[in-house]
Ligand binder design. Structure first.
Ligand code: FAD
Length: 400
């Protein structure tokens, strides 16, 4: 197995770097580097920039608008985007629903919905989880009852990320209450502006509005919005989750965040000495760097195996667990490095001092280290919690 990049792949890397240098606005990159939330307009603009180049849906087949990249090229692109602090692609339309429609949608659904994902006409959100149906997703209770050419939907979804920006939601709904759990579920596309849909914000520990609850009361949904067969939605649901888990490991994010942390720790002092000379801090920093190096190699091994025709098995669960642990540890060390300035609520005077403390990290300041620390706790929960990933690994490798 050759883990080196070919000359052709290195040329592709240069092309991506040049694109990012030309097209990525420095003020947006600075916001991403600082861990600030982007506005809806900023996210949409980045989607449009990628789409204009044909690089938005980089894992879609070419016939649907994908660029026809190899697995290695996709990896290089994602990695370079992280290193340049490009905004992440909002995953719900492009990375989640798109592949489901390509595999299970009717030709009419593909023709209608896929171009709208690419050109930004629709903003999708994910309606899987409910109170009482998270890890045990097949326990969803939201019902869809057939009434002529429509389904009547009643129930509640929760943790709906960026649902307040969305005009459409893809949902798992129960269409047969008597069938075995997984067998009575369907995959339905619902208009967020339809009468009977109500969205309520959930404010998270970092003070941000990122997630929501969505309520459905007698919402009429055209039967044409059913993807795949009625009561066979579980197949779509599982297929989508394999896409959701890719990239949560976020190696590129960690590489960029670790570099920032090292620059920050070199500037900080504790008791008159550089923080990097503090043995306890240096040990944790070294450990996370070694873990990240190991992850990079494991990731390249998985990519090489997939490029050679294999499929990622338990490895994607391993990468998810380790990758999210590393990302969380880096936010924890960044919070420590910022010391008292990591507090969530700073006075104006203190904010001015923060610039003094943290500047030098390529112009970005880390004014929200505590917020990022809290926000990143989510990483080990969503996309299938890390405990659930361990169950998957034990089944696939140990056969338990
Ligand atoms: C910030 C954030 C954004 C999210 N965005 C979305 C979204 O956009 N759309 C959406 O549909 N969902 C979203 N989710 C929901 C997410 O998928 C669920 O939170 C996740 O699946 C866990 O489900 P739960 O919260 O119901 O916890 P539970 O399933 O109740 O789990 C509670 C705890 O028990 C553990 N546990 C549960 N079952 C087992 C088991 N069998 N073995 C071992 N341990 C177990 C879990 O690991 C966890 O620690 C989001 C969640 C968060 C935190």
């Amino acid at each position: 197995m050759d883990l080196n990049f070919t000359a052709e792949e290195e040329r592709f890397r240069q092309e991506v770097r040049q694109f990012l240098a030309e097209k990525l606005a420095p003020e947006v990159a600075a916001k991403v580097a600082a861990g600030d939330h982007l506005s809806k307009a900023e996210m949409e603009k980045w989607h449009a920039t990628l789409n204009a180049r044909g690089w938005l849906a980089n894992h879609w087949p070419q016939q649907f608008g994908g660029p026809g990249w190899t697995t290695v090229e996709k990896f290089i692109f994602e990695h370079e985007c992280c290193l340049a602090n490009a905004p992440r692609v909002v995953p719900f339309g492009v990375n989640m629903l798109g592949p489901v429609l390509i595999k299970y949608g009717s030709p009419a659904q593909q023709q209608y919905w896929l171009p709208r994902i690419l050109n930004g006409q629709d903003w999708w959100c994910q309606g899987y989880s409910e109170p009482g149906a998270g890890s045990d997703l097949a326990a969803v209770k939201t019902t869809a009852v057939r009434d002529g050419d429509h389904y009547i939907v009643n129930g509640q979804k929760t943790w709906t990320t960026l649902g307040h920006h969305a005009n459409m939601i893809f949902c798992l709904v129960r269409t047969d209450r008597d069938a075995k759990k997984q067998e009575g579920i369907s995959f339905l596309l619902i208009d967020m502006h339809a009468p009977g849909v109500e969205i309520r914000p959930i404010i998270t520990l970092d003070g941000a509005h990122e997630v929501n609850e969505v309520f459905f009361t007698d919402v009429r949904v055209p039967v044409a919005n059913l993807v795949g067969e009625e009561n066979r939605g579980w197949t779509c649901a599982k297929y989508l989750l394999t896409y959701e888990r890719t990239n949560i490991a976020g190696i590129g994010f960690s590489v960029a965040a670790l570099e920032r942390l090292k620059r920050l720790a070199a500037k900080q002092t504790r008791n008159g000495k550089p923080l990097l000379d503090d043995p306890a801090f240096a040990m944790r920093l070294a450990r996370v760097e070694i873990d990240l190096e190991n992850m990079k190699t494991t990731n390249l091994r998985v990519i090489a195996a997939v490029a050679g025709g294999g499929v990622p098995g338990a490895e994607s669960s391993m990468l998810k667990i380790r990758g999210t642990e590393i990302r969380q540890e880096i936010t924890s060390l960044t919070r420590r490095a910022m010391g008292p300035y990591a507090r969530p609520f700073l006075s104006d005077d203190e904010l001015a001092e923060v610039t003094e403390v943290a500047e030098g990290s390529e112009g970005s300041t880390i004014t929200n280290a505590a917020a990022q620390y809290f926000n990143n706790r989510k990483l080990s929960i969503f996309g299938g919690s890390n405990e659930i990933q361990k169950n998957i690994i034990s089944k696939m490798i140990l056969g338990l």
